[in-house]
Design a protein around this ligand. Structure first.
Ligand code: MN
Length: 232
């Protein structure tokens, strides 16, 4: 064990259904604009040629069920409900067919977003980090191993704020499929166990405020929840 100047932060872990050990959180990749109706509500076209990505720091991880204080620097903090996948084997320059073998598990995730800062950055052609890499904004529910769910497609993906349905779609509306995303991302990164990918949000994103309770689900996967607390 190396001797550190200070105690390094713990590696966060996500519970996996049927396993006692946790899935350790490595990198967090996110796909932008992967449902046509969401791209439309954001006033942009979908690029059907290839997905595009942004990242969240692993330190932005928060496990489902927790409370996130309303973050600093925003007046328009948005929910985005997403299907996430967890990589379980190395994948570099893989085909979509090969990509399936690298997927260990799936889970519900929230890509919480400072929308005002993201849009300002988009306008000015600046990076999205302030809008997207928000502390506590990478929320994950417990994972379900890929072999334990039926083929992706008809499953409903939904999100409610205080019980009112805000996002409601099916996974067959994904423009870039899960194997296509993994194959494409593997052109740029040596994907490895611990890497998580959020696959994009359906239409219906919107603001939350302190006191709100977000719930969401995808058929066959563990539900997700997040409470928004008072700002610090
Ligand atoms: Mn998103």
């Amino acid at each position: 064990m190396a001797d550190y100047i200070f105690e390094p932060p713990d590696v966060p872990g996500i519970p996996v259904k049927g396993e006692s050990a946790l899935y350790p959180v490595g990198r967090i990749f996110c796909v932008g604009r992967n449902y046509a109706a969401h791209a439309a509500e954001m006033g942009v076209e979908v690029d059907r040629e290839a997905p595009f990505y942004f990242t969240k720091s692993p330190s932005a991880f928060l496990f489902s069920g927790g409370t996130l204080p309303y973050p600093p620097g925003t007046e328009n903090f948005h929910h985005e409900m997403e299907l996430a996948l967890a990589i379980g084997a190395p994948a570099f320059r893989v085909t979509p067919d090969e990509a399936a073998g690298a997927i260990y598990a799936y889970g519900c995730a929230l890509d919480m977003t400072r929308r005002d800062l993201q849009l300002k950055a988009r306008e000015r052609q600046r990076p999205w980090d302030l809008g997207k890499d928000v502390e506590g904004s990478a929320v994950f529910a417990a994972l379900t191993k890929a072999g334990e769910i039926p083929a992706l497609g008809p499953q409903r993906i939904h999100l409610e704020v205080n019980g009112e349905v805000k996002q409601d779609a099916t996974l067959d509306q994904l423009i870039h499929s899960v194997p296509e995303i993994v194959a494409d991302l593997s052109k740029f990164y040596h994907l490895r166990p611990g890497d998580l990918i959020m696959t994009g949000t359906p239409a219906g994103v919107g603001p939350v405020v302190a006191g709100d309770r977000i719930t969401g689900g995808i058929d066959g996967l563990a539900d997700i929840a997040l409470s928004i607390g008072e700002p610090e």
